[in-house]
Design a protein around this ligand. Structure first.
Ligand code: UN1
Length: 519
């Protein structure tokens, strides 16, 4: 692989800059363009800071602009000419090797991720594991990528449909699953023969570097994947506008997703949007209450509530509401919040100060609306928390389904308890939102479980399991404002390929469809 004059170390880092008064020098990471590790043309950088400890600088990353995107797209376009001709099973072998390398580096990549994103080590190990699962799952696709054949209406004519790569694809990825979600996009795009320009989330670029560096080490040719780090308004918009980018895959908020979809429409790019959620866990009177409590606690406060699939509404049937609420509040209060690198910590920091502001604002909104605060409600700023962005696990009760706290995504450790009387009411409340990503119901009644599977308006429904925990080989995505109809996991290949119909006429004469064979 070609390198620039900049000295390259692992993960695309250039020679570290010594920091005054600092023990370890700050590594400087670069863009990957056409196989070379390059700074932003402007020379600008931004800092990646540990949200649990702001004195810990994870690295400096390029603050790129449209000119860097242009170079990356040009290199991806050049690489497409040859990558699309590499047999898919061979492309898949690179993913296989990448999966094996990820297994070897799982612990290191998990620690890097906890440092840049905050979630606890058990979860960042899970995040890397999800990329490993995706690598092995999608590698199998190299020997499938099935098309269909069908009889022609004419004699001596053969008809088939084959999947073609789309071309250069732009991938815009979020900070909450810094390696898993990039892998959901990169791996299917690659096995299908596309070349990629990826814009990592500005809060968590290191995990994308670790992932892409792994692909390079596994043998990915130069230019097939390019990384351009930087902000949404600079790098993101340049990808959306670029005439040679043929499709965009985005995961993030519904607000930004709406912008992405509208802007990309100007150049007719297909766009896959995975966005927000306001996911409900329903607990019926007949549920195994301990199981429902375990699920609710994990669903609401796992990843500090920063999952699109996080449980943010717990719908409680009257008969169990009090017992559940008391136990849930006690357990929420007992959760250990802290630095995710400490194995005893259960809830890490929020990713940045902006997220703390959002959580704080929603607590104020909920209080004004008349919801009852039963636990948490504040940012943690003293002692060990002083250098980070921490928020208490927060529980509201007496929440009415129409309150903003019951309808809008917080993306933090804030959960609302809503009571209901009948099963039908629970389904109504669960569906009475703009989002439709994940849902869960706890019951032992098989009839209710199946009715819920049918009637909950969501891309994912769990029975007796929390709203989080999707596996890579099932379709991932949602309805209403959560998505625009595409799916990751099972379904990603559909987005990253385009159908071509092929007709082979071996009759040696002109045969006019719809005319020569008509009665
Ligand atoms: C997200 O919710 O932002 O289903 C992604 C899960 C994970 C992926 C979540 N496998 O909880």
């Amino acid at each position: 692989m070609a390198t620039s004059t900049i000295r390259e170390t692992a993960s695309g880092a250039a020679a570290p800059k010594p920091q005054e008064g600092r023990k370890a020098p700050v590594p400087v990471y670069l863009n990957l363009i056409g196989g070379e590790w390059l700074p932003a043309k402007s020379g600008k950088t931004t800092r990646n800071i540990n949200p649990a400890d702001h004195s810990d600088i994870v690295g400096e990353f390029p603050a790129s602009a449209a000119e860097d995107v242009n170079a990356a797209v040009a290199s991806a376009k050049k690489a497409f000419a040859t990558w699309r001709l590499v047999p898919a099973p061979k492309r898949a072998e690179i993913l296989m090797r990448a999966g094996t390398l990820l297994v070897q580096n799982k612990e290191k990549f998990a620690r890097d991720m906890t440092r840049e994103m905050g979630k606890v080590l058990a979860e960042t190990r899970g995040d890397v594991q999800e990329a490993i699962d995706e690598a092995f799952y999608v590698a199998g696709e190299g020997r499938r990528l099935f098309g269909v054949t069908t009889p022609s209406e004419l004699q001596n004519k053969f008809a088939m449909s084959v999947r073609m790569p789309v071309g250069v694809v732009g991938l815009i990825t979020p900070w909450n699953f810094p390696m898993a979600i990039p892998s959901w996009k990169l791996f299917p795009a690659l096995v299908a023969g596309n070349t990629c320009v990826i814009k990592p989330a500005t809060d968590t670029p290191l995990s994308v570097y670790n992932l892409v560096r792994t692909l390079v080490d596994a043998g990915l040719p130069p230019g097939v994947v390019n990384i351009v780090s930087g902000g949404g308004s600079s790098v993101g918009n340049a990808l959306l506008d670029h005439p040679h980018v043929r499709a965009i895959s985005f995961t993030g908020s519904s607000e930004v997703g709406s912008h992405v979809g509208q802007r990309a429409a100007a150049t007719f790019k297909p766009v896959s949007l995975e966005m927000g959620g306001k996911n409900a866990q329903i607990v019926l009177d007949d549920a195994n209450l301990d199981l429902a409590l375990d699920g609710a606690l994990w669903g609401a406060f796992g990843t500090t509530g920063q999952r699109c699939t996080a449980t943010s509404r717990i719908l409680l049937q009257k008969g169990i509401a009090k017992e559940f609420t008391d136990a849930f509040v006690a357990r929420a209060k007992a959760l250990k919040v802290g630095n995710g690198l400490d194995e005893s910590v259960q809830v890490g920091p929020q990713v940045n100060a902006g997220q703390i502001e959002t959580s704080t604002r929603y607590v104020e909104i909920a209080m004004k609306e008349g919801a009852k605060l039963l636990a948490g409600g504040h940012a943690l700023t003293q002692g060990a928390y002083a250098n980070g962005t921490f928020f208490e696990p927060t529980v509201f009760a007496a929440v009415d389904r129409k309150m903003r706290i019951a309808c809008e995504e917080v993306f933090g450790p804030v959960v609302s308890l809503i009571e209901f009387e009948t099963f039908e009411q629970a389904i109504d409340i669960a569906n009475a939102i703009d989002y439709g990503l994940s849902t869960a119901i706890y019951t032992k009644n098989v009839n209710r479980a199946f009715t819920a599977m049918r009637d909950l308006e969501a891309g994912i429904t769990y029975i007796n399991a929390p709203t989080i925990g999707a596996e890579v080989h099932l379709p991932f995505g949602g309805v209403k404002h959560t998505g625009n109809g595409h799916r990751e996991g099972l379904g990603a290949i559909d987005f990253f390929t385009t159908w071509k119909a092929v007709y082979v006429d071996y009759s040696d004469k002109l045969q006019r469809a719809q005319i020569d064979n008509a009665e």
